[in-house]
Design a protein around this ligand. Structure first.
Ligand code: MG
Length: 338
């Protein structure tokens, strides 16, 4: 379509003609994944008795990186939060906060990523919102996506996890964080360590189909706060010790090097396409085989187990069998990784 201007202006946010042009630009670029009808709310058929809902805001810095951008992360983050609960992600919303001066070709790139990732994840955008702020009031653009998913199976819940369950990790730790920090700090690792940002719903579908019903107890996507945050959340909920075999942790050599230079622990680093899976130990072989067949699960490994030891703790065991407590991160979290 022909645009009146090539950059976002404050008037794109006023609800007048330019606002209409912006909305049309978004709808046209999203193409077939956008099924909204421009009503005040989307009216959607619901099948089944449970739905899953989630929402997330995205402020990643930089908004464009080596193998992705804020649009891809926005779809993946929401799809993955729905899928780990056992739901099939179906509908997403798309809220955009745009800074005056943002070039339309940047917006086009982001919307194209939203479209392509939505197609891959088989979700549709049903409604959205745009706001424009003055230059300096936002950093290029921020996104918000809410999502709805339906259950064709039993929802997965944290309280199904029990002592003796194994913990599987589906991918390499730390790459998303190290990729972004390397770009920000100019370290030069960003071509060798890529973000793992990916929609994981097809991987989860295959996993759940490969093992007996009930053997996958619960799952989380490893995002802010890293694997450490996930493990501490479960240990706290269960009031049990979770033991992790340190040598089993999948960490790319370059990632370990870069993390060392940056003074960060890969266990605290955000991922955007990695699952922590709590599973009946009887089912781990079938689960690992199914995960490793999928491009997003190639590095899947068993990393530890939930023990019967009372008291919430995450325990790291090194190659010599020595145990140490992994302390939770308090407030020193790295900003704007998603
Ligand atoms: Mg999550």
């Amino acid at each position: 379509m022909t645009l009146t201007t090539q950059r976002i202006q404050l008037d794109h946010g006023t609800g007048a003609t330019l606002s209409g042009e912006l909305v049309e630009f978004i709808a046209q670029t999203l193409g077939d994944v956008y099924v909204g009808e421009m009503e005040d709310s989307a009216i959607l058929p619901v099948e089944g008795t449970h739905i899953a809902m989630t929402t997330d805001s995205f402020v990643v810095d930089p908004p464009f990186f080596g193998n992705g951008d804020i649009g891809k992360i926005a779809v993946c983050g929401t799809v993955n939060d729905l899928a780990v609960s056992g739901a099939s992600p179906r509908y997403l919303t798309l809220g955009l906060i745009l800074e005056t001066g943002l070039p339309f070709d940047h917006l086009f790139r982001v919307l194209t990523s939203v479209r392509e990732t939505a197609r891959e994840a088989n979700v549709q955008i049903v409604c959205g919102d745009t706001k424009v702020v003055r230059a300096g009031e936002a950093d290029q653009l921020y996104l918000n996506t809410s999502g709805v998913g339906f259950f064709a199976r039993e929802p997965l819940r944290m309280d199904s996890v029990r002592p003796g369950d194994s913990v599987i990790l589906s991918g390499m730790l730390g790459n998303h964080t190290v990729h972004l920090l390397s770009i920000r700090e100019g370290l030069g690792f960003e071509t060798r360590i890529l973000s793992d940002c990916a929609p994981l719903n097809t991987l989860i579908d295959r996993l759940l189909a490969a093992v007996p019903a009930g053997s996958i107890r619960s799952m989380r996507d490893v995002t802010r706060g890293g694997l450490s945050a996930v493990l501490h959340e479960y240990a706290g909920k269960l009031d049990k010790g979770i033991v992790i075999e340190e040598p089993a942790l999948p960490i790319q050599h370059e990632t370990a090097m870069a993390a060392d230079m940056l003074g960060i622990n890969p266990l605290h680093c955000a991922n955007e396409g990695c699952l922590a899976i709590f599973i009946d130990p009887e089912a781990t072989a079938a689960a690992l085989a199914a995960l490793r067949e999928h491009e997003y699960g190639r590095h899947a490994v068993t990393i530890g187990e939930v023990t019967a030891r009372d008291g919430a703790a995450v325990i790291l065991r090194d190659a010599a069998g020595r145990e140490s407590i992994l302390q939770p991160l308090r407030g020193a979290e790295l900003p704007r990784l998603c």
